[in-house]
Design a binder for this molecule. Structure first.
Ligand code: HPA
Length: 237
């Protein structure tokens, strides 16, 4: 089974909400809908009710394992730190820095009595990412490649000094969810390609303060990425 994990574009869209089911995993409940052979998982729960630090990431990823998912395209709204991925555009994430601390981010937390240090030299599945990129270009979209995502704890947004520090650390985009989710997907052995789309310049980079794209533009952007993800996951190879 192939899956798409997302926020906006999935968690308030009636196409997915109408078919939403709940699954009880050993880590708690998760929600999903299956349409035309693709499983959609709203990471913040249906209706977008959970802030990033309150999401039960382990239940979400365990649900994918319990439902035999082996390939995921995960979609993230982010703030832009560099021009590599400016607001209104999307791109593939090649690597991440994880600064989030207030959530469970491993299946190997000591309770299993197994000590495991999962390698993260290649956090994402390159072939799946390349397939997504090909489908994006074939459908007339341009995309950024090789982006680095920094995960903050949230839910507050960053200070300008933090964003300057993150830029010096090599981050292109900032968000609050990818690091935790990507870590668990990798531990679970699920192939994952991460796509980020920017909805604002990060703190200190916009003279106006923080200004987000209009809801309509955000939804259109998310919808386009979901369409490309669907093509990628249903096309052979
Ligand atoms: N910071 C953190 N997370 C975000 C942002 C931001 O500026 N925009 C969208 N998600």
């Amino acid at each position: 089974m192939k899956a798409i994990i997302g926020g906006t574009g999935i968690d308030k869209d009636s196409r997915f909400l109408e078919k939403m089911e709940m699954i009880v995993t050993k880590y708690g409940d998760a929600y999903y809908s299956i349409i035309d052979g693709i499983l959609y998982l709203p990471r913040h729960k249906p209706g977008h009710t959970l802030p990033p630090h309150m999401i039960n990431y382990k239940a979400n990823v365990q649900a994918l394992m319990d439902l035999d998912v082996d390939e995921v395209i995960s979609i993230y709204a982010v703030g832009s730190i560099t021009r590599r991925l400016s607001p209104g555009r999307f791109g593939l994430v090649r690597d991440f820095i994880d600064l989030a601390f207030s959530r469970a981010n491993t299946f190997y937390d000591g309770s299993t009595r197994e000590v495991r240090h999962t390698p993260f030299v290649e956090p994402f599945d390159r072939k799946l990412g390349a397939r997504f990129a090909r489908n994006a270009i074939n459908s007339g979209s341009s995309l950024a490649l090789d982006c680095v995502y920094i995960t903050t704890n949230g839910p507050r947004l960053e200070t300008p000094a933090e964003i300057m520090a993150y830029r010096n650390m090599g981050a292109d985009v900032v968000g609050m969810t990818l690091g935790t989710e990507a870590a668990l997907l990798k531990e679970a052995g699920i192939r994952n390609a991460a796509v980020a789309y920017s909805i604002n310049w990060a703190a200190g980079l916009d003279a106006e303060g923080i200004s987000f794209l209009e809801d309509e533009s955000i939804e259109r952007l998310a919808r386009n990425i979901i369409n490309i993800a669907e093509k990628t996951l249903t096309a052979a190879g």
